[in-house]
Design a protein around this ligand. Structure first.
Ligand code: COI
Length: 342
């Protein structure tokens, strides 16, 4: 293993592990050579479909160092299933779930020495791009595609560790377009970038923009959104307008297990204002984990959520998620896939 910096001292995702896995599809199913290869640059045509027509999807999941020192991937099958759906939505070649499962396990096994101890983890980024040299293929799927899995040892997604985040509520610019809402494609992140940078330029304290198109709070650029109090958690019901977070689902299942009521429904900004007087809010995501929200800027007003500090219910759910990921709690929901090292 080459010497790498401590992931907590550099931006999230900026360290890449030594090994990756790749498979390509040329007018047929993906072919995987069956073993990892050294991490390195890709060679694709300047006419590649992805560079012109945005045929790019990805996943984000994590492997965690367990309390017994072994390594396990969290919710592998759910992420594989979501990527299969994303590929089909962008008309990219069909992914065989068992092939992607194997490519992820093989990459993590090869990089197992690079999995940091908690609270760090190994971020796993499976990616699929259209590689066919098809400049005219705007109305055609890519004729060939490349699927690859790279890994990154990571610390906190939000600089500064566990701290109350500041969100700006955006009610006019949509998060994305209806046909891409639940697809984990690069284009969705590109769409959130402009509004996020504009918000940050106006107020450097802002961490994320919370999209509430026409008063309907859905998600931020990189996470789902929850309200919480001592009895319940509330989050937007699923539809095709936003990403169906696997961490969102984990939080819901853990919360029910802990005795909270779960409400999946619309949340409007005025409810958030009311809630701020007595409750908590947090973000959920693979990268973000469970991240407390302390302040929301809405229509130029600064709204403090609860005390403005991470609330007890947020911290309880965060701990429950961490325990499920790291093997500190029993694997009640069968979420952990153990990985041997190579
Ligand atoms: C994830 O949580 O995996 C994401 O996709 C967020 C990403 C912007 C780092």
């Amino acid at each position: 293993m080459t010497e790498k910096p401590d992931p907590f001292t550099v931006p999230f995702g900026s360290i890449l592990c030594d090994w990756m896995t790749t498979a390509s599809a040329e007018e047929g199913p993906f072919v995987y050579r069956g073993s990892p290869e050294p991490f390195g640059d890709l060679s694709i045509s300047p006419a590649a479909h992805v560079l012109h027509y945005g045929s790019a999807i990805f996943e984000g999941l994590k492997a965690h160092r367990q309390v017994d020192g072994s390594v396990a991937i969290f919710r592998l099958d759910s992420h594989v299933a979501r990527m299969v759906t994303s590929a089909s939505r962008l008309r990219l070649p069909e992914i065989d779930p068992s092939l992607l499962h194997q490519m992820i396990v093989d990459a993590v096994a090869a990089n197992a020495d690079e999995v940091p101890d908690p609270p760090g983890s190994l971020y796993i980024r499976p990616t699929l791009i259209g590689t066919g040299a098809d400049i005219g293929a705007a109305a055609h799927p890519a004729s060939s595609a490349l699927l690859f899995v790279v890994n990154s040892p990571v610390g906190d997604y939000f600089k500064g560790g566990i701290r109350p985040l500041t969100l700006q509520l955006e009610t006019s610019t949509p998060r994305t377009v209806p046909q891409f809402g639940m697809v984990k494609c690069g284009a969705n992140y590109a769409m959130a970038l402009g509004p996020t940078l504009d918000a940050m330029a106006g107020n450097e304290a802002i961490d994320q923009v919370l999209f509430a198109t026409e008063g309907d709070i859905t998600e931020t650029g990189a996470s789902n959104f929850f309200l919480a109090d001592d009895e319940r958690i509330v989050t937007r019901h699923l539809d095709e307008s936003f990403l169906h977070g696997v961490t969102r689902d984990s939080v819901i299942q853990l919360a029910r297990h802990l005795g909270y009521e779960v409400e999946e429904r619309s949340i409007d900004p005025e409810e958030l204002v009311d809630w701020s007087e007595r409750g908590e809010a947090f973000l959920s995501g693979t990268a973000a984990g469970v991240a407390p929200v302390g302040t929301v800027i809405y229509s130029g007003k600064t709204i403090t959520i609860g005390t403005g500090q991470p609330g007890p219910n947020t911290l309880r759910l965060r701990q429950a998620l961490t325990d499920a990921q790291t093997g500190a709690a029993p694997d009640t929901f069968v979420w952990r896939t153990p990985v041997g090292s190579q």
